[in-house]
Design a protein around this ligand. Structure first.
Ligand code: HEC
Ligand code: HEC
Length: 254
């Protein structure tokens, strides 16, 4: 009896230790994020004025990088991933080497708290954590299947027949703020949401809310087809040559 009580108390305290520390999150946010994302998370900090794309408005969203359906909030792990790795090709810095793991979690939880509350029990998770995904081997056959899917699913309409971001619909691509958001030139290998197979998988399964990039969660339900597309899309990026290195687009921080 006594032992059981101690065990229960221990379990409760370790659950509490697992909870991100919101007060800590607030302090980190004020120091490291508010200048761009604004003191109350509205994406309107003093440093936001000239940035394109604008820093995210956490209150109104929408969030691009999610494991959840279109329109839903991201999971805590999604935000932690974004804050750790940053967003390549934009002004969103990578904090992975600046903040401790605990601070990364705390500030991510604080950021999520700006968004309207959601019933945690109802949140649907479309994509499992990266370490639980099992990508099949990248074979020529799978890439060939991916190439076919790329054509039949109309990815080229926006991303261009060779993945250069120059499809017929690319010029019209604007985000929810009316800023132009050219679809990615896959050949540059600059994936905003990360370039590992699991990252690319998540990006096109859940889509990027607020941009023309749709979610393929329903239209592409076959697991092996999804990985075929991942391998094909990743095979289009080549390592940048000297010309690209000198004059190509890059992350402003690099
Ligand atoms: C120098 C400006 C700057 C700073 C500082 C900054 N951000 Fe950002 N952040 C951005 C920009 C710009 C974007 C939008 C990029 C885009 O839309 O592709 C962004 C996007 C994000 C997103 C993406 C949400 C999504 O899925 O759409 C998160 C989360 C985020 N920032 C969290 C943070 C946190 C937490 C901090 C502080 C630890 C921080 N940012 C500091 C500029 C900044
Ligand atoms: C209606 C136009 C459109 C279609 C169709 C489309 N995309 Fe996209 N896609 C976009 C745009 C726009 C972006 C860039 C959004 C941004 O970065 O703000 C993008 C970005 C991406 C990214 C990169 C995200 C990152 O991490 O930077 C991947 C991967 C991607 N698309 C895969 C696909 C695949 C695979 C298909 C077909 C199954 C497809 N897209 C169809 C418009 C489209």
């Amino acid at each position: 009896m006594r032992l059981a009580m101690i065990a229960a108390a221990l379990a409760a305290s370790s659950a509490a230790a697992d909870e991100p520390d919101l007060a800590r999150g607030r302090a980190v946010y004020r120091d490291a994020c508010a200048s761009c994302h604004g003191p109350t998370g509205g994406g309107d900090g003093p440093g936001a004025v000239d940035l394109k794309p604008k820093p995210r408005d956490f209150v109104n969203g929408p969030f691009k990088f999610r494991s959840t359906p279109s329109g839903a909030r991201p999971l805590l792990r999604d935000v932690v991933r974004t804050v750790t790795a940053g967003i390549r090709g934009t002004w969103m810095p990578a904090f992975g080497k600046i903040l401790t793991a605990e601070d990364l979690r705390a500030v991510s939880a604080y950021v999520l708290a700006f968004a309207p509350p959601e019933d945690a029990a109802e949140v649907e998770v479309l994509v499992a954590p990266a370490e639980e995904l099992r990508p099949p081997a990248d074979t020529p056959e799978l890439r060939e299947r991916g190439k076919q899917l790329y054509e039949t699913m109309g990815c080229g309409q926006c991303h261009g027949p060779l993945g250069r971001g120059d499809g017929p619909a690319a010029a019209r691509a604007v985000n929810d703020k009316g800023e132009s958001t050219a679809p990615l030139d896959f050949t540059l290998g600059l994936f905003k949401g990360g370039s590992s197979p699991a990252d690319v998988y998540r990006t096109f399964v859940t889509g990027l809310d607020g941009t023309p990039m749709p979610s393929y969660a329903e239209s592409l339900s076959e697991e092996s087809d999804r990985w075929a597309l991942v391998h094909y899309v990743r095979s289009l990026s080549r390592s940048p040559g000297p010309w690209q290195w000198l004059f190509g687009p890059r992350t402003p921080w690099e």
